[in-house]
Design a protein around this ligand. Structure first.
Ligand SMILES: NC(=O)c1ccc[n+]([C@@H]2O[C@H](COP(=O)([O-])OP(=O)(O)OC[C@H]3O[C@@H](n4cnc5c(N)ncnc54)[C@H](OP(=O)(O)O)[C@@H]3O)[C@@H](O)[C@H]2O)c1
Length: 358
């Protein structure tokens, strides 16, 4: 199917979010017309940053209220759009049937648009690597697009924390199947890693989770990541660029998925310490990482860490089709910290100053 035309019209769901906001900004910067879909266009805390974008003043950026729990909410918004970047979260990840229903009505709006030729669906690396049994990672340590979690594991249930990964796979397949059936549009999946980078609006400090985690580090409190997994990151600005390039690409095909990450990975202890290394002017009091896990998990810390250390992260496919150059994690951490301070007024915990000599 056709890529979207340069400077065409794109609807962005989840436009007030961390990634969605950067996709809106990137599209505007590249000359597109953007329909930003948010739940409440009149909520100043969540939408003023969009209204402050220069494209809003001219009308090239418009805001639209749509709660994806309401079937048909995108019908009018998608009419006349060339592309859809479906980035938003859903209201919850505990019910796979709800996810499927949500996909179905968004798909109905795409089918009814008469104009959309490409949908980029935001999934996650959780749909690539989220395993109930970490032995799967020993067995299949290469993290690339054709890798899927072990979906036959009977413990893979929302109750055991797999709802997010399951829902993302439901969405990937629902869109690809519907697009194949339609023949008028195609669906390309983007699976981002852990997004780090600058927030655009104060409310985004509480979302994420990764920028929120950096906020808690700044405030002097940090908890270990599940299963001692290192962060496997992408800068949110590069992730946004990947989404735009996937909308534009003539090389991608319906049903393909692309992992967006830099392949940088880093343990949380190192990230906590990085704040002081990268911005010594702050005098940040590096927190001790709290390990909240029960003893039986703590006893396996070295084993878990060695499993992650052997994982091989790949991004050759997305680099080939998007030509995006991923920036180093140091830049993302620095810019995230500075934006949290400047935009969200976070006040970092500082080291006690040495007493002045008498
Ligand atoms: N952040 C990451 O590290 C990461 C990693 C992998 C994948 N992803 C995926 O990337 C996407 C964006 O993530 P993000 O971190 O940018 O999320 P975010 O900042 O939390 O933003 C998500 C947006 O989803 C919207 N939303 C939630 N429920 C909705 C509903 N029922 N109807 C309409 N909109 C709804 C919210 O809209 P309103 O603000 O208008 O209420 C919110 O702005 C998600 O699909 C996520 O799974 C993120």
């Amino acid at each position: 199917m056709a890529p979207i035309p340069k400077r065409g019209t794109v609807a962005v769901t989840g436009a007030a979010g961390f990634l969605g906001g950067w996709v809106v900004r990137g599209l505007l910067d590249e000359g597109y017309r953007v329909r930003a879909c948010v739940r409440d266009p009149d909520d100043p805390a969540r939408t003023d940053f969009l209204k402050a974008m220069p494209g809003y003043a001219s009308g090239r950026l418009t805001l639209h209220g749509a709660d994806l729990d309401n079937p048909g909410c995108f019908d009018e918004i998608f009419k006349g759009c060339h592309g859809v970047a479906h980035i938003s979260h859903i209201s919850g990840y505990s019910d796979p049937y709800y996810m499927r229903r949500t996909c179905d009505h968004i798909i109905a709006s795409v089918n009814g648009s008469g104009s959309v030729t490409r949908v980029v669906v935001t999934s996650s690396v959780a749909a690539v690597i989220s395993e109930m049994d970490l032995q799967e990672i020993i067995r299949r340590p290469v993290f690339y697009e054709d890798r899927y979690p072990d979906e036959l594991n009977p413990k893979r249930t929302p109750e055991r924390g797999q709802g997010y990964s399951m829902a993302k796979l439901i969405a990937e397949r629902a869109f690809a199947e519907a697009a194949a059936q339609s023949g008028d549009w195609d669906a390309i999946t983007c699976c981002p890693g852990d997004n780090v980078g600058p927030i655009l609006s104060a409310h985004q400090k509480d979302m994420g989770p990764w920028q929120h985690n950096i906020e808690t580090m700044l405030l002097g409190d940090y908890r270990q990541t599940d299963a001692y997994r290192p962060w496997m990151t992408v800068d949110v600005r590069d992730d946004a660029k990947c989404h735009i390039r996937l909308l534009e690409s003539s090389e991608v095909r319906n049903g393909e998925r692309y992992i967006a990450w830099s392949t940088d990975s880093r343990n949380v202890e190192a990230i906590c310490a990085d704040i002081d290394r990268l911005l010594p002017e702050l005098g940040h009091d590096t927190p001790q990482v709290i390990d909240p896990f029960p003893e039986r998990i703590q006893a396996r810390e070295a084993e878990f860490r060695s499993i992650w250390a052997k994982a091989e992260l790949r991004n050759d496919r997305i680099r080939a089709v998007t030509a995006v150059t991923f920036r180093p994690l140091d830049d993302s951490i620095r810019d995230c910290v500075e934006s949290l301070i400047a935009i969200a007024k976070v006040r970092p915990k500082q080291r006690a100053r040495a007493a002045a000599p008498v």
